[in-house]
Design a protein around this ligand. Structure first.
Ligand SMILES: Cc1cc2nc3c(=O)[nH]c(=O)nc-3n(C[C@H](O)[C@H](O)[C@H](O)COP(=O)(O)O)c2cc1C
Length: 179
């Protein structure tokens, strides 16, 4: 499959089958996260794989949605604010690095026929407590992982994304793409 086809296959999965994930697939997805690029190669991340019933229930408390509770596995992508690179003006690249790794996870999962959804709108305090995270480790994304119950159409990119000429600029911000 070409890269663009794979990228178009991915969609935010919000309905999962009650089917467990094979361990080799899970390990391949985590390997995709491990090799992700990061600022100054600091790799300021930890990936916590949650499969234990009790801890899963606590994660659901951090993002209480029926569809989310159906995922067989959660990966919590965490950033290490001590390890992360800070630019001279103070910008911390932690979230950027972790989010790139999450993209690797989502695309690797798609390649293996699995579904994911980037969850950012969760209660970070509940998540921290559930995973006993130290202060400098921030939960940045929760990724529910499982077999999708249904697929979204790649046609959505025609309507649910901004048009090329709204977002692509050549040489200068004010430049226009020829129609
Ligand atoms: C940083 C980030 C945070 C997101 N947080 C949530 C979330 O909390 N809950 C949710 O259902 N989807 C969340 N999403 C998924 C987006 O809603 C979704 O990617 C977008 O609507 C495009 O749809 P698609 O992923 O199916 O192409 C998030 C996506 C990103 C990139």
């Amino acid at each position: 499959m070409s890269f663009l086809s794979l990228a178009k296959e991915r969609f935010s999965t919000r309905d999962f089958l009650p089917k467990p994930i094979e361990e080799d697939k899970l390990l391949e997805i985590l390997e995709a996260a491990r090799i992700s690029p990061s600022a100054v190669n600091r790799q300021p991340w930890h990936f916590i794989v949650v499969q234990d019933k009790n801890i899963k229930e606590k994660i659901v408390e951090a993002y209480p949605r029926d569809w989310f509770a159906k995922a067989p596995v959660y990966i919590i992508a965490c950033g290490d604010h001590i390890e992360s690179w800070k630019r001279e003006d103070g910008k911390d690249y932690c979230d950027v690095d972790v989010s790139i790794a999450v993209t690797h996870i989502m695309l690797a999962a798609t390649d293996l026929g699995l579904g994911t959804c980037y969850i950012g709108h969760f209660d970070a305090d509940i998540c921290r407590q559930a995973l006993s995270l130290p202060k400098h480790i921030e939960p940045i994304a929760i990724i529910p992982l499982g077999y999708p119950a249904k697929k979204d159409s790649t046609k959505r990119f025609d309507t649910r994304r901004k048009a090329f000429n709204e977002i692509v600029h050549f040489d200068e911000y004010e430049s226009k793409v020829e129609e």
